[in-house]
Design a protein around this ligand. Structure first.
Ligand SMILES: Cc1cc2nc3c(=O)[nH]c(=O)nc-3n(C[C@H](O)[C@H](O)[C@H](O)COP(=O)(O)O)c2cc1C
Ligand code: SF4
Length: 446
């Protein structure tokens, strides 16, 4: 399913900067072809025309917002990194943990076009005066690992990594680090702990990684798609990136959107930020025959459920935030009319409970408790007061109550499912014991 569904003839460098080189047969774009198609040109330009500060300013001005889920400005993050004279050189880290339920975009980029990620990391390494880059890759992504290893070797052999990058006198290299497949490793400070060989618990902030990250040195963590977006800014300019959506969104650039769930044609499309949910759903061929759309998640399991009436909203960070959800990763999960919201919520909370690192009480104890209640509602064995208890839990798991954003992320789909579909939860208390409910999802099926 991790495939781009726009054909090669439809994709152009100016309109599809992330995917224009991809092959229809999904084979990786190897070094020679990459180099012949403008590959590494942004590095040549950056090393001769920019300073770390001017490169950072350019990315900031372009308004590239982080594609890992939180939408923080990449350039602004880079501007906060300690990197002046006399500051020890630190690290840039690519967050390639991609375990958000329903999300499979970084995988496409890494499997099929690893050189674009390396090019973006070189730019980030230069802008942040880093001495070393790391790609923290989800352990199960074997094909991506193979593709990246080969690309790193080819980039090194051709002078883009190692001592004096492209003859510039600036040394920088990148190492691949494969994780063990834990969702919490995607949280940037837990990722840093894991990279250091420690248990993957999030760290207390401050200090922020930009001041003291991996091994106590300044460290910048960015998502795969964020980093892959940087070469386009340098090649085509800030104005091109800022105006990419033609006014549909205040955010700059393109985005790899996708759809999974009961649609005719699940997959990925590179489109401007601010593309509507309706257009994305139409590209997926609409719902499967006989089904209609009941609800959708705009960007992974840790975002809030929206309704069909939200389909005409442009998908970007602020618009979806105002609608009460989060854009997250921008990969839609659709829910059909015959699917149970109680089952879906239980399925997601099972995942979040399993992936909690156990550091804070509301997350460690609250999430398994919510699963227990949801299982009872699913079986029609709920008790009066269960829904109110679940609602209270979503508040106790909310922002500011725990060390990291895992718990608020887990609370969002549950709170929104109850908000929009309370009657389904109520039927878990009132329907006769033993009566089946619509299309249940098996336990442990995430
Ligand atoms: C529980 C949890 C899991 C996360 N998983 C990922 C992930 O797999 N990939 C990712 O890029 N960001 C993930 N994030 C967000 C990162 O902490 C961080 O914000 C992101 O890597 C920053 O990159 P960006 O600014 O380029 O988006 C996760 C956050 C949390 C709280
Ligand atoms: S919110 Fe959950 S995952 Fe995050 S630190 Fe606390 S226990 Fe760990």
């Amino acid at each position: 399913m991790s495939r781009i569904l726009q054909s090669a003839s439809e994709r152009r460098a100016e309109t599809h900067p992330l995917t224009w080189r991809l092959h229809d047969d999904q084979s990786p774009v190897l070094y020679d072809e990459y180099r012949k198609t403008e590959g590494y040109e942004s590095v040549v330009k950056a090393l001769s025309n920019y300073t770390p500060e001017s490169l950072t300013d350019e990315v900031k001005e372009a308004n590239l917002r982080g594609r890992g889920g939180a939408g923080f400005s990449a350039g602004f993050k880079w501007s906060l990194t300690m990197k002046g004279e006399g500051v020890p050189r630190g690290y840039v880290v690519c967050n390639a943990d991609e375990m958000e339920p329903g999300t499979f975009k970084d995988r496409l980029l890494m499997e099929q076009q690893p050189h674009l990620l390396i090019e973006g990391m070189i730019l980030s390494g230069f802008a942040n005066r880093a001495k070393q880059g790391y790609i923290f890759l989800r352990g199960e992504y074997h094909l991506a690992a193979e593709s990246i290893r080969r690309a790193l070797a080819d980039a090194r052999a051709n002078g883009w990594l190692g001592a004096s990058v492209n003859g510039s006198g600036w040394d920088f290299d990148i190492a691949l680090h494969t994780g063990a497949g834990r969702y919490i490793c995607g949280e940037e400070t837990a990722l840093i702990n894991s990279l250091e060989g420690k248990r993957a618990n999030p760290r207390a902030k401050p200090p922020f990684p930009g001041q003291s990250g991996a091994w106590g040195l300044p460290t910048v963590v960015n998502n795969v798609e964020t980093l892959c977006s940087v070469p386009g800014i340098i090649n085509h300019g800030v104005a091109w990136f800022q105006n990419f959506s033609g006014g549909a969104s205040a955010d700059g650039g393109s985005k790899i959107f996708g759809v999974s769930g009961k649609v005719k044609n699940p997959g990925l499309w590179e489109l401007p930020m601010g593309t509507t949910g309706r257009e994305i759903l139409e590209r997926a061929g609409g719902m499967r025959d006989g089904l209609s759309l009941k609800s959708w998640l705009p960007g992974g399991g840790s975002t809030g459920f929206l309704l069909p009436e939200h389909l005409d909203l442009g998908i970007d960070f602020d618009t979806i935030g105002k609608a009460g959800s989060r854009m997250g990763t921008g990969l839609l999960t659709v829910v059909a009319d015959n699917q149970s919201m109680v089952s879906l919520a239980r399925n997601l909370e099972e995942f979040f409970a399993r992936e909690s690192c156990g550091w804070c009480t509301p997350c460690r104890d609250g999430l398994p408790w919510s699963v227990k209640i949801l299982r009872a509602l699913e079986a029609g064995e709920g008790e009066p007061g269960d829904i109110e208890l679940l609602e209270q839990m979503t508040l106790d798991l909310g922002p500011g109550r725990t060390f990291c954003a895992h718990a608020p992320g887990a609370a969002m789909p549950l709170a929104s499912a109850i908000h929009h579909f309370r009657d389904e939860f109520e039927r878990g208390i009132t329907r006769p014991k033993g009566e089946a409910h619509a299309d249940p999802i098996p336990v442990g099926s995430v």
